[in-house]
Ligand binder design. Structure first.
Ligand code: PMP
Length: 362
């Protein structure tokens, strides 16, 4: 319907059709306010009710404990901005901070933190697996330990929060935020850009334990200071109002449809369809990732016998309305990003196409 494609992009990604329709219905006149959400003052009671509802729904979804603050931060710079905000807010100059590197995004986060603190790379993965925790060299005096819960490019996803003892754990959940229940209390900070699982680009969500707020170093840009953002309830300046509104619609939908347990069950089902299709291909397709940490969100795969066929696969799939299946430019191959809003039908259609393509070219 609506001539829509199945969009396997890593982000910005597809959104639920009913959410887009709700936004369409609200477009010219949001609930009798006489204006669209884009035109409202962020200080007015209408927008306040939107951001309050979005926060309440997110708190319910993730069972966020009361001693955590939810910040809706400007995504100018995106989740990437948190790569700098985290060391600036948590670490003093010269402090040791630990980074677990399991792919491109955790590597980038560590690279940025080096400007502000003494970064210790405590483990480096092979881009296909999570190194055995017994080999991690956690620093005794680290101010925090940063990791990326789902490496969007490599498709490597932690199945449980890493055990870091009493250290503050910082989680980049940009590409699997709200894709499964998580125990927020295991982390000091969880951060995520919205544009994959929960809404359009424009807002970055930061969930931060209250005792970690208020320690930013003096040179921290005001926009990155969690104490300023928390003090003004994400309204120090104009927030990304429309993006927050869209996330709010998605949160409300997820709650109404059974919360994150239901989301996880649907995501597991979808991912299994693709991993099973790869496994059933007799080696025509290959998933490079260790089965123990295969992502439910980003499924990279290759055609090992003939890389030229990969181009052909991507083009032929696009002709059938399955777009954005090209792997990240740094790794090649294919990648199907199947975030929350990708329907099972889209994944099934892709699996059927994979089978057909393999039969034609094996
Ligand atoms: N972390 C991860 C895991 C990501 O996938 C991305 C975006 N692809 C980022 C951080 C950076 O997000 P942004 O583009 O919002 O800066």
């Amino acid at each position: 319907p609506h001539g829509r494609v199945f969009n396997f992009s890593a982000g910005p990604a597809c959104l639920p059709v009913d959410v887009l329709e709700q936004a369409q219905a609200d477009m010219l006149n949001w609930r009798g306010s006489g204006m669209s959400v884009m035109e409202m003052s962020h200080r007015g009671k209408e927008f306040q009710s939107i951001i309050d509802a979005a926060e309440a729904d997110l708190r319910a979804l993730l069972a966020i404990p009361d001693n955590y603050t939810v910040l809706f931060m400007q995504a100018r710079g995106g989740a990437s901005t948190q790569f700098s905000a985290i060391p600036l807010n948590l670490a003093a100059e010269g402090d040791v901070v630990d980074y677990i590197v399991t792919g491109s995004w955790s590597k980038k986060a560590a690279g940025e933190a080096k400007k502000y603190a003494k970064v210790d790379i405590v483990a480096t993965g092979d881009n296909k697996s999570v190194p055995d925790p017994s080999t991690w060299n956690l620093s005794a005096d680290a101010t925090y330990v940063h990791y990326c819960d789902n490496e969007t490019i490599q498709g490597v996803e932690f199945k449980a929060a890493p055990a870091v003892g009493d250290k503050v754990l910082v989680a980049d959940m940009s590409s699997n935020f709200c894709s499964k229940p998580v125990d927020v209390s295991k982390c000091g900070i969880i951060y995520a850009g919205a544009q994959k699982n929960i809404g359009p680009a424009g807002v970055t969500i930061v969930i931060v334990r209250n005792d970690l707020i208020g320690n930013a170093r003096p040179i921290t840009p005001v926009m990155l200071d969690y104490a300023v953002q928390a003090g003004d309830k994400s309204m120090y300046n104009t927030p990304p109002c429309y993006s927050i509104y869209m996330c709010g619609l998605v949160f409300a939908k997820m709650r109404a449809e059974g919360g994150l347990d239901a989301v996880l069950a649907a995501n597991e089902k979808k991912a299994n369809v693709l991993y099973d299709a790869i496994a059933a291909s007799n080696g025509f397709y290959n998933s490079p990732v260790d089965p123990a940490v295969r992502s439910l969100m980003n499924v990279p795969f290759t055609i090992p016998s003939n890389a030229d066929l990969e181009k052909e696969f991507i083009a032929a799939a696009a002709k059938r309305g399955m777009i954005q299946l090209k792997g990240h430019r740094s790794v090649g191959g294919m990648r199907a990003s199947i975030y929350n809003s990708m329907p099972l039908e889209g994944v099934q259609q892709l699996a059927d196409f994979m089978k057909e393509f393999a039969a034609q070219h094996a």
